[in-house]
Design a protein around this ligand. Structure first.
Ligand code: TMP
Length: 253
């Protein structure tokens, strides 16, 4: 496919103009960042794995009637998606305490939560994506009360789906982040799941051993990130056939 116009480059992905109006091409890079890009590296094969894994999860969601931006995978690193207006919020769902919630509230990592907890973070790199409340979201016009209700419903459906899919392969879904976009149909809008769902945006722990199979491996220097993501892909049966080339071990200089 001829190289299309680049519209946006983020930390882990690039968006290009799509072949038809209302579509974009989403390209998955190998770049890994953490702590608001203070920690950076290139992990050979990460983009290929996340492209496959996001395809798998988004296809599954589309299949059970949870709308997503995903149309089809184009090649190893690119997928065709629908253009949406991204709501400037990261929607985090937590089943088990970990990460920033454990730090903020002093709850030991690994503590099961009595019910899924949903949090919203305002997407602003300069501010470090601060935690915000529904009051902030409505007062500052980032989303309406109706949007919030729809976002919570979407997030819980994604949680149920992902938790089940992961549990079936011996992995606990500790928490995850999604982004949600508006799709316009005349005057009507629909909220759909956008961005990506991958081990970059989830916490995944092996049920038996507690081994981390997500981006915490990179954040906390726990080993080889591509190996962890490959294990998730292998268990789900979504390993690309030439993955041995794609995820050759990353050599640290
Ligand atoms: P946290 O514990 O650091 O707040 O992260 C909660 C979940 O959200 C975890 O699965 C990682 C994911 N996440 C992202 O995907 N992007 C981000 O920028 C942050 C802060 C978290």
């Amino acid at each position: 496919m001829a190289r299309r116009k680049k519209l946006y480059e983020g930390k882990a992905k690039i968006l290009y103009e799509g072949p038809e109006p209302g579509t974009l091409v989403q390209y998955f890079k190998d770049d890994a960042t953490a702590y608001n890009a203070e920690k950076k590296d290139v992990i050979d094969g990460k983009g290929v794995l996340n492209n496959r894994l996001s395809e798998y999860f988004m296809n599954g969601l589309n299949g059970i009637g949870v709308p997503t931006h995903f149309i089809k995978r184009i090649n190893m690193r690119e997928q065709l998606i629908r253009t949406v207006e991204i709501i400037p919020l990261e929607v985090v769902v937590r089943n088990i305490a970990a990460g920033s919630m454990s730090q903020r509230l002093g709850i030991a990592e690994g503590t099961s939560l009595p019910r899924p907890i949903i949090e919203f973070y305002y997407k602003d790199d300069a501010l470090g994506d601060p935690l915000v409340t529904e009051e902030h979201i409505i007062a500052f016009g980032w989303a309406s009360q109706q949007d919030l209700d729809d976002m919570v419903a979407l997030a819980l459906r994604v949680n149920d789906f992902l938790s089940g899919v992961m549990m079936a392969v011996g992995i606990k879904l500790v928490d995850f982040k999604i982004e949600i976009g508006r799709m316009w149909d005349g005057d009507y809008q629909r909220l759909i799941v956008a961005d990506e769902i991958s081990p970059d945006s989830c916490r995944l722990w092996d049920v038996e051993t507690g081994q981390k199979l997500d981006k915490d491996v990179f954040r906390r220097d726990l080993g080889n990130l591509a190996d962890a993501y490959t294990e998730v892909a292998r268990r789900l049966g979504v390993l690309p056939s030439n993955v041995t080339h794609a995820v050759k071990p990353h050599v640290i200089n």
